[in-house]
Design a protein around this ligand. Structure first.
Ligand code: 3EB
Length: 337
């Protein structure tokens, strides 16, 4: 019923789906006031506050660097229904589904674990009739460490992911999701994701080789993610920007300089905004940012470049994490629109 949904949308500030980063007391209050519309909660490096047991909850072992720890809360513009299947708990509306996958057993190795996880995600999306995977976050420990066979864990992850996309007939690059794949400091293999009935056009960055076309030195099976995905919902477009780094062509640039890597990364994000929005390059459309930082010592300089470029108003989570190429000092993801 439109008017009712309109009113709820207004209360939550307009787009069909939103992510907020709130300090804990405000987060508790928000969760209480909007209980029926919460799609999911993500905790980075902090103990989860009380969240109703049916709400998808992702807990990531990744310390926050900001003064005040923030909780990531996803809401829909209407009431959600929730469910659980296998390792995934999910919440959905008529048009979208948010899910959190949590791996409890670790016997099979990261490659098989990844493939099984993605197969579970794709099976759920088929069963729920919400086929378009828009955005996915992948967090696992020791991303730059080698497995016993000498291949880096990130590359094993890419192989397992590719295997699942192939098995589910999802290799069409127009339909691959935006993604982040980031190294946590321990804990379980965590995935969380947003899917929709339609939309999710892949957006690429002309300054970068598409990740799915990277030469094999980065991974024996190419990383399957789009630089961003664009969704129209009912109103303005929303852009989900993947983890973005200081990469031009397919090469990492500005090695050993955190400030310059931040600037180059922001330039890549600006180009993606420009592809989706007229005059989008000015960062005024950014709604949420997450900055993954490899070394804590680089946090002050990275934050200062960030604040000079985008201002202090955009909600931003700073996290201590490993980036999937060992030479990269940071990675930035964003939601815009
Ligand atoms: C890059 O641009 C940096 O494998 O899902 C960023 C975001 C990166 C997602 C992924 C990898 C992934 O290649 C690394």
């Amino acid at each position: 019923n439109m008017p009712k949904n309109e009113a709820r949308d207004e209360a939550l500030g307009s787009p069909a789906v939103s992510a907020r980063y709130l300090p804990l007391p405000a987060a508790r209050d928000f969760l209480t006031r909007h209980a029926g519309q919460v799609l999911g909660v993500v905790c980075h490096g902090l103990n989860a506050p009380f969240v109703a047991p049916d709400i998808p909850l992702a807990e990531v072992a990744m310390p926050q660097l900001g003064e005040q720890p923030l909780l990531e809360i996803w809401t829909a513009g209407e009431l959600v229904t929730t469910g659980r299947s296998g390792n995934i708990s999910w919440a959905r509306t008529a048009d979208c589904l948010f899910g959190s996958y949590r791996q409890l057993a670790h016997e099979s190795g990261l490659e098989a674990e990844t493939s099984i996880a993605y197969q579970e995600v794709f099976a759920l999306l088929e069963a729920q009739g919400i086929p378009k995977l828009l955005r996915i976050w992948n967090y696992f420990a020791a991303i730059n460490a080698d497995e016993d066979d000498g291949l880096e864990r990130y590359k094993h992850f890419c192989i397992g992911r590719h295997d699942a996309f192939a098995q589910y007939g999802r290799l069409n690059v127009q339909d691959i999701p935006a993604a982040s794949a980031v190294g946590s400091r321990g804990g379980e293999f965590v995935l969380y994701f947003l899917a929709a009935t339609r939309g999710g056009r892949a957006v690429e960055n002309e300054r970068q080789v598409s990740a799915y076309d990277y030469p094999p030195q980065y991974s024996p099976r190419s990383p399957l993610f789009a630089r961003a995905t664009e969704v129209d919902w009912l109103r303005e477009p929303q852009l989900f920007i993947s983890g973005t780094a200081s990469i031009v062509g397919h090469a990492s640039i500005c090695l050993d300089d955190a400030a310059q890597q931040t600037a180059e990364t922001l330039k890549n994000i600006g180009l993606l905004l420009g592809r989706a929005f007229p005059h989008g390059e000015d960062f005024s459309l950014l709604r949420a940012l997450k900055v993954y930082i490899r070394h804590e010592k680089d946090f002050p300089v990275i934050r200062s470049v960030m604040e000079n470029a985008v201002g202090r108003e955009v909600p931003c989570l700073y996290l201590l994490a490993d980036i999937c190429r060992s030479e990269l000092l940071l990675e930035i993801e964003a939601i815009a629109g």
